[in-house]
Design a protein. Structure first.
Lengths: 455, 240
């Protein structure tokens, strides 16, 4: 009981003293405004440089669908040239042939599966849309299967995805985005209404709410940082209408001429994703995939040794090096710059604390222990750090505006979120406290007797 | 109250040893007003620093209010200093960017008093030195004499067992010095124990007892029973 009381008293004392140190720290900021400004700006600059780079790095490399990224798998099979690997790093092809995509969709061995490819969609509004004159314009769309929506979970504003039957029937249906709906229908519920893409009419079955994955992980080959598509239509419909893929198309041997020749070729231009809800299902699907490739080899395809991969979302992003080496080096350099700023802060804090030698000596004489003075000055360094962090945040925001202005593809990843704000402030405080350790230790070595006489 | 037996203090470098205090013994009793005098370099400041637990000593014994201070760690010494000793410095040593209230608050913060208790003590101490109307003023807005009064209030606020004063009027003109000295005498009259270092014989004469230090040793002790408040003339007469 007595110990508990003592503990509580000690806690209260610590809290009270922390408040006192904070007050002194704030007062101290005003004492040498020029020195303070130099320190705060120095830390702010270091934080801004590191956080601008780190924000891009973090958002680029962060898990874009954390609640189920371990259940979503890209499907990779090696249909490439017997004499030459797909790339210099020996990786498997990052896309799939139409033949394999179709076969895997038909087999339907996963919990969910969706083949997909990128299409260009000339959107042709009616000459008069709800009293507004909207001119035809070109957008990027995605041809895929109904499972795409269940797998990647884009939010719907109106309606929902098309169904498997419509997939099977190559139905002329579409899911459009909020932005497209805004342009074409002024944001009204357009489910059941008709839109015209490339001279074909589609019935709107769903309208997405705003959806922009930071990284378009389901199609990194065609630009992981590009905007989300304006509209989605069934894969089978796109094939039926002979819509060309406007994405990357890699071939290791010539395709036969014509549309059918292209579909039957070894060219890779589709992306294929599956959802597997357990480890057992993942293992079973891997076996199925290996068996499929073995079977195809018997038919004269897949000249290379059997190789299949089912990386989950994060493994996929790492495998495809979405965060480039350049970005990593940039982050490293930015943190090196922060270290330089901190060394500068060490010097300035040392100067600031040494100018307070008299006060430190006095406080010692009046009963402050070295530990108390150490904490006081560490809190003072932290106050400088918080101030520097706030300045750094403002500069980071400006830096990210600059990044967005310079690099259009970084639109969705050069943004500060609350996590990064917290990281910036924490980094600033910890950095300043680290920088403050040596000056604080020196301050605590002040001999009170000598200082009091020289006051 | 304060008892030193055969105390020594040696400053060592790799070349020489300097004996700042040697075989130094003194006993200050509760309620006494003792002046320590001596020429520059005699060791009186070293003695005051050791008495104030600001410096360690090399040998001998030192008891403060019955507590043996030998071998105490920094935290224990700081706590003891905070509880038992009130300092009054020649240069006042007020913190310029704290107002009077916050200056007097400094030692109380380290004592761990709650806010209400601190406020009461600060107001009482400032009232005691006649500055209760100026709690929100800053040191730069006060005269030297007033600043020294604030320093005295700061020393008094924690109800210390002993006041250690180092040339308390050294930075003041005659009139202000007289006021500060009168305040010290009043405090003594109220029962405070005061140990004052000075090289000013006139000030020393106003103390109850004089201790003369030369070359780090106590060479002479005068006990001067006097009428409090009228001590100047009597002490001067006694010293011839």
């Amino acid at each position: 009981m007595w110990s508990l009381h003592k503990l509580r008293t000690a806690e209260n004392e610590t809290t009270t003293m922390f408040g006192y140190y904070l007050k002194l720290g704030l007062k101290s900021l005003r004492r040498n405004p020029v020195l303070t400004a130099l320190m705060v700006f120095g830390i702010g600059l270091g934080i801004a440089a590191s956080m601008t780079s780190f924000t891009v790095f973090y958002l680029m490399g962060g898990d874009p669908i954390p609640w189920k990224s371990d259940r979503l798998h890209a499907v990779q099979v090696d249909n490439w040239d017997a004499n030459e690997a797909f790339d210099d790093k020996g990786r498997l092809p990052d896309q799939m042939t139409y033949i394999d995509a179709k076969a895997l969709m038909t087999a339907a061995k996963a919990d969910r599966q969706a083949a997909m490819f990128k299409v260009a969609l000339p959107i042709q509004p009616a000459s008069e849309m709800d009293g507004r004159d909207v001119k035809p314009y070109l957008e990027i769309g995605r041809a895929t299967y109904a499972d795409f929506f269940a797998m990647f979970e884009p939010p719907f504003q109106y309606g929902g995805p098309w169904n498997a039957e419509q997939d099977a029937n190559s139905a002329r249906v579409t899911v459009i985005t909020q932005e497209t709906n805004e342009k074409l229908f002024g944001g009204a519920d357009s489910v059941g209404r008709t839109v015209r893409f490339n001279n074909v009419e589609y019935t709107v079955v769903g309208v997405l709410a705003h959806w922009q994955p930071r990284v378009k992980f389901y199609d990194v080959t065609n630009g992981p940082l590009t905007d989300a598509e304006a509209a989605y239509l069934p894969f089978t419909t796109a094939i039926d209408l002979r819509l060309d893929s406007t994405g990357n198309n890699d071939c290791w041997k010539n395709a036969d001429p014509g549309w059918e020749g292209f579909l039957a070729s070894e060219c890779i231009w589709t992306q294929f994703w599956v959802q597997l809800d357990s480890r057992e299902k993942l293992a079973a699907y891997k076996s199925f995939l290996d068996a499929y490739v073995t079977e195809q080899k018997k038919q004269g395809r897949f000249p290379r040794p059997v190789a299949t991969l089912l990386p989950d979302v994060n493994q996929w992003l790492a495998l495809q090096e979405v965060v480039s080496r350049d970005v990593e080096i940039q982050v490293g350099l930015a943190f090196a710059f922060l270290a330089v700023c901190l060394v500068n802060t060490v010097g300035l804090l040392l100067a600031k604390f040494m100018r307070k030698s008299g006060e430190i000596g006095l406080r010692r004489a009046l009963g402050a222990s070295r530990r108390q003075l150490f904490l006081q000055h560490l809190v003072e360094a932290a106050v400088v750090g918080i101030s520097g962090g706030l300045v750094g945040l403002a500069l980071t925001a400006a830096g990210l505006i600059g990044v967005r202005a310079l690099y259009a593809e970084y639109q969705h990843i050069a943004e500060l979120d609350w996590t990064m704000v917290a990281v910036a402030l924490l980094l600033a405080v910890l950095s300043a406290m680290l920088a403050g350790l040596f000056p604080t230790w020196r301050a605590c070595q002040v001999q009170p007797a000598a200082q009091l006489k020289t006051q | 109250m304060l008892k030193m037996n055969h105390l020594s203090k040696v400053y060592r470098t790799h070349l020489i040893e300097t004996h700042a205090l040697r075989d130094f013994s003194i006993h200050v009793r509760d309620g006494e007003f003792v002046a320590v005098t001596g020429p520059s370099g005699s060791g009186k400041t070293t003695f005051l620093n050791i008495a104030g637990l600001l410096e360690q000593f090399s040998g001998g014994e030192y008891f403060l209010d019955g507590v043996d201070v030998r071998g105490m760690n920094d935290s224990a010494r700081s706590r003891l200093r905070n509880e038992k000793i009130g300092f009054i410095f020649q240069g006042f040593n007020l913190i310029p960017d704290l107002n009077l209230f916050d200056n007097v608050d400094v030692p109380l913060r380290y004592r761990g008093f709650n806010a209400a208790e601190r406020k009461r003590r600060i107001e009482d101490a400032l009232a005691r030195v006649g500055l209760s109307a100026r709690t929100r003023h800053y040191p730069s807005e006060l005269s030297g004499g007033q600043q020294q009064r604030v320093a005295i209030a700061r020393a008094l606020a924690g109800s210390p067992k002993i006041l250690l004063a180092d040339e308390p009027t050294g930075n003041l003109d005659t009139q202000m010095a007289r006021g500060v000295m009168q305040l010290l005498e009043e405090l003594h009259a109220e029962g405070a124990t005061i140990l004052m270092v000075t090289h000013d014989p006139e000030l020393a004469a106003r103390a109850q007892r004089n201790v003369h230090v030369i070359d780090g040793q106590v060479v002479d002790i005068h006990a001067e029973p006097r009428m409090r408040g009228l001590g100047v003339v009597a002490a001067q007469a006694a010293h011839g």
